[in-house]
Design a protein around this ligand. Structure first.
Ligand SMILES: *[C@@H]1O[C@H](CO)[C@@H](O)[C@H](O)[C@H]1NC(C)=O
Ligand SMILES: *[C@@H]1O[C@H](CO)[C@@H](O)[C@H](O)[C@H]1NC(C)=O
Ligand SMILES: *[C@@H]1O[C@H](CO)[C@@H](O)[C@H](O)[C@H]1NC(C)=O
Ligand SMILES: *[C@@H]1O[C@H](CO)[C@@H](O)[C@H](O)[C@H]1NC(C)=O
Ligand SMILES: *[C@@H]1O[C@H](CO)[C@@H](O)[C@H](O)[C@H]1NC(C)=O
Ligand SMILES: *[C@@H]1O[C@H](CO)[C@@H](O)[C@H](O)[C@H]1NC(C)=O
Length: 561
C-alpha cells in the first residue's frame, strides 16, 4: 500500500508520526487513561497489514510498521505477531526490514506462499535505491522455529522490476498476492498496478519461484478503477462454507478477485471464472468493477487479505481499519490503526456474493450472557439491554417482521445506499424501520451509534437498507462521522432479519443478514466510555417490530500484543 498521511503511531517505546510532510520522532509509551484502545481487536504497532499464514499450528501476522521515521518519507518495515488462536497475540521482533539496494527505501506489502514440502516463501514490494517499486523474495532462516523469527532475502532480488521494455509504472507496481500453481506446474502471482486510470492485475509466472516472467496479458484489468492495491485472488467452493487452497481449481469452485481501490479506499470484489490455461480471470455477468460494486465492508475496511487456514479448512479474511479521528488526537493517544476481527469467508448459497462471519474463536471471549425473547418494539420504543459491558461486547439479534404492508416503496433515484442512510438517519421516522441497535450509547442517548434497518418494497422483492449512523456517535465534532449503508435482499418468507454487532471501545463491526452485509465504523464517544457505555434496541418506524431473540455478551480482553 502507498502512503496514508494520517495513519500514524505505535505503542512501542518509539513511535513516529507523519504530520503533513514533516516527521516527528517521539519517545513515548502509550499514555494512560485510554478510552478508545480496543480490548479484543488487534492493534499492530503500525497500521498496514501484510500476509497472514499458519505454520506449524501458529498463525503469523505481518504488518507494516514505521519504527522511528528517521527518514522524512517514513520507511516501512514488517512488524510480526503470532497467535495460536487468532485472538491472543504475541509480539516478535520485526521480520523484514530494509537492508539492500532493492528495498533500502522500504519493505511494503506482500504475501506468503507455501512451497512444496511446506516451506514458506514471502514475496514483498521493496522500494529500491531509485525509489522504484520492485518485488523481492524472502525465506525463513530456521524452518524448525515455529515462530519464524528470522528471514533471509534471496540473493536474486529484485525478482520483478519495472523496465523501459515492460512499460510498468515504477510508482504503481506493488503488493504481490499469495502465489498459486497452474496445471503446467508453474507458479503464478499477480501484482497491483495501473495504466492511466485502468486498474491492472499484472501476472507473472515462474517454474522455480525465483525466475519470474511477465505474461503478455494481465490476469484482469478494468477501465476507470484507478490503481489496484493489495489484489487478492482465490477460489471459493460453489457449495458449503469450507475453504480451499489458493491453487485449487476445477468445476466445484468459483474465483474471487478483490482489489483495494486506491482512489476511494474501498475493497471491492467480483466473482467469476478463471481459465487456468489462458490465465485470464473474467467476472461473471452483472458485476460492477468500479466503486459501486460489491464490497467486503461498506464502512471502513481496507487493504484486506485472505489466507487458506489449512488447520480448520476455511478461508479467513483480515483487514486494516484506520482512525476516523484527527491526526492531532492520534498523537495524543499514541497509536493509530487496528485490525478487524478475522472473518471466515465463503460463497453465498445463491452464488452471487460472499458471506463473512467473525471467526468462531472470538466467541471464547464471551461472558455474562444476557438473553431477551419475544419483545415487541412499538413505534418510538427504546429498550436497554443491561447486564453487559457495552463498551466491549458482542450482540446478536433477530428481528421479526410480521407485516410488510407499511414498507415504503423504493424510489428509482435511491441508487446510493450510503447517501440514503445519511438522508434517512435513525432519527428520521419511517414505515418499516428504522429499527436496530444503539451501541456505545450514553444513558441520555446524547451519544450513540445507530446500526439499523429500513425495509422497502422494491420490484417484486423486499430490500433492507442497512445503515451505520455515526452522526451522534460523539460530542467531539472533529471526527469523521460519515454514515455508511448498503442494500440487502430480504426473504419475506423468512420474516426475520438478523444483526450482529461487535463493539470494542472505538470500533463497531456489524453483520447484517447473517454476514451478507458488513459495516465497520470507528467512533470516539466522550460520555459513552468504559462503564458509562450502554446498549439499546430501538424502533422508530410506525410498524411494530418484534425482537424474536437477542443475545448479548460482555467480551473479555484478549492479549493483543
Ligand atoms: C532453530 O529453531 C529451533 C526451534 O526453536 C531451535 O531449537 C534451534 O536451535 C534453531 N536453530 C538455529 C540454528 O538457530
Ligand atoms: C504512474 O504512477 C504515477 C503515480 O501514481 C502516476 O502519477 C502516473 O500517472 C502513472 N502513469 C501512468 C502511465 O499511469
Ligand atoms: C477501456 O478503455 C479503452 C481506452 O479508452 C477503450 O479502448 C476500451 O474500449 C475500454 N474498454 C471497455 C471494456 O470499456
Ligand atoms: C482513513 O481515514 C480517513 C478519515 O476517516 C478516510 O478519509 C480514509 O479514507 C481512510 N483511509 C483508509 C485506507 O481507510
Ligand atoms: C485468549 O486469552 C483470554 C484471556 O486470557 C482467554 O480467556 C481466552 O480463552 C484465550 N483464547 C481465546 C481463543 O479467546
Ligand atoms: C426517533 O425519532 C424521533 C423523532 O424524529 C427522534 O427525536 C429520536 O431521536 C429518534 N430515535 C432515535 C434512536 O434516533
Amino acid at each position: 500500500m502507498l502512503n496514508m498521511a494520517n495513519s500514524n503511531g505505535a505503542f512501542f517505546l518509539f513511535f513516529a508520526l507523519f504530520v503533513g510532510h514533516g516527521i516527528t520522532t517521539l519517545q513515548s509509551s502509550v499514555p494512560a487513561n485510554q478510552p478508545y484502545r480496543t480490548g479484543f481487536h488487534f492493534q499492530p504497532p503500525k497500521n498496514w497489514i501484510n500476509g497472514v499464514m499458519v505454520y506449524k499450528g501458529v498463525y503469523h501476522l505481518f504488518y507494516q510498521y514505521n519504527p522511528n521515521g528517521v527518514k522524512p518519507d517514513g520507511i516501512k518495515i514488517w512488524g510480526h505477531s503470532t497467535s495460536k488462536d487468532l485472538v491472543n497475540w504475541t509480539l516478535h521482533e520485526p521480520a523484514i526490514y530494509p537492508s539492500h539496494s532493492y528495498d533500502i527505501n522500504g519493505c511494503w506489502s506482500g504475501s506468503a506462499t507455501f512451497l512444496p514440502g511446506g516451506k514458506p516463501a514471502v514475496l514483498y514490494t521493496g522500494i529500491d535505491h531509485r525509489q522504484r517499486q520492485v518485488q523481492n523474495l524472502a525465506f525463513p532462516k530456521n524452518l524448525s522455529d515455529p515462530y519464524l523469527r528470522e528471514w533471509i532475502k534471496s540473493d536474486k532480488n529484485a525478482l520483478m522490476q519495472p523496465t523501459a521494455k515492460n512499460h510498468i509504472n515504477a510508482s504503481s507496481f506493488r503488493d504481490p498476492t499469495t502465489s498459486w500453481l497452474g496445471p503446467d506446474k508453474k507458479w503464478r502471482v499477480i501484482i497491483g498496478s495501473k495504466v492511466h486510470s485502468r486498474g491492472l492485475a499484472i501476472l507473472y509466472k515462474s517454474k522455480d519461484f525465483v525466475n519470474w516472467i511477465e505474461s503478455k496479458t494481465p490476469l484482469h484489468s478494468a477501465n476507470n478503477t484507478g490503481m489496484w492495491e493489495c489484489p487478492d485472488f482465490y477460489p471459493v467452493r460453489v457449495k458449503g462454507q469450507s475453504g480451499v487452497d489458493t491453487s485449487f481449481s476445477g468445476p466445484f469452485v468459483k474465483h474471487v478477485l478483490k482489489v483495494s481501490l486506491d482512489d476511494t479506499k474501498h475493497d471491492l470484489y467480483t466473482i467469476g471464472s478463471y481459465d487456468n490455461v489462458k490465465d485470464v480471470y473474467t467476472p461473471d455477468e452483472g458485476y460492477v468493477e468500479g466503486d459501486s460494486g460489491l464490497r467486503y465492508d461498506y464502512g471502513k475496511y481496507y487493504a484486506s487479505k485472505t489466507f487458506f487456514d489449512i488447520v480448520e479448512k476455511r478461508r479467513i479474511l483480515t483487514a486494516w481499519i484506520n482512525e476516523s479521528s484527527r491526526p492531532v488526537d492520534d498523537i495524543k493517544k499514541g497509536w493509530s490503526g487496528i485490525h478487524a476481527i478475522p472473518r471466515k469467508v465463503w460463497l453465498a448459497e445463491n452464488g452471487k456474493q460472499l458471506v463473512q462471519w467473525p471467526i468462531a474463536e472470538i466467541q471464547k471471549l464471551r461472558a455474562n450472557q444476557v438473553s431477551l425473547t419475544n419483545i415487541l418494539l412499538e413505534e418510538g420504543s427504546v429498550i436497554e439491554v443491561s447486564g453487559v459491558t457495552a463498551a466491549q461486547a458482542d450482540v446478536e439479534v433477530s428481528f421479526e417482521i410480521k407485516d410488510f404492508k407499511k414498507a415504503e416503496v423504493v424510489k428509482p433515484s435511491w441508487t446510493n445506499p450510503q447517501l440514503l442512510c445519511s438522508q434517512k438517519g435513525a432519527s428520521v421516522k419511517g414505515g418499516l424501520g428504522p429499527f436496530g441497535l444503539l451501541v456505545l450509547a450514553s444513558d441520555d442517548l446524547k451519544e450513540h451509534t445507530a446500526v439499523f434497518f429500513r425495509i422497502f418494497k422494491g420490484h417484486n422483492k423486499y430490500v433492507a437498507l442497512m445503515c451505520s449512523d455515526q452522526s451522534r456517535s460523539s460530542l467531539n465534532q472533529h471526527n469523521d462521522k460519515t454514515t455508511y449503508g448498503a442494500f440487502l435482499d430480504v426473504d419475506i418468507q423468512q420474516q426475520k432479519l438478523s444483526l450482529r454487532s461487535l463493539m470494542d471501545h472505538s470500533i463497531v463491526e456489524s453483520f447484517g443478514g447473517g454476514g451478507k452485509v458488513c459495516i465497520t465504523s470507528r467512533v470516539y464517544p466522550t460520555l459513552a466510555i468504559n462503564k458509562a457505555a450502554h446498549l439499546y434496541a430501538f424502533n422508530n418506524g410506525t410498524q411494530s417490530i418484534k425482537i424474536a431473540e437477542l443475545n448479548a455478551w460482555s467480551m473479555n480482553t484478549a492479549k493483543i500484543n
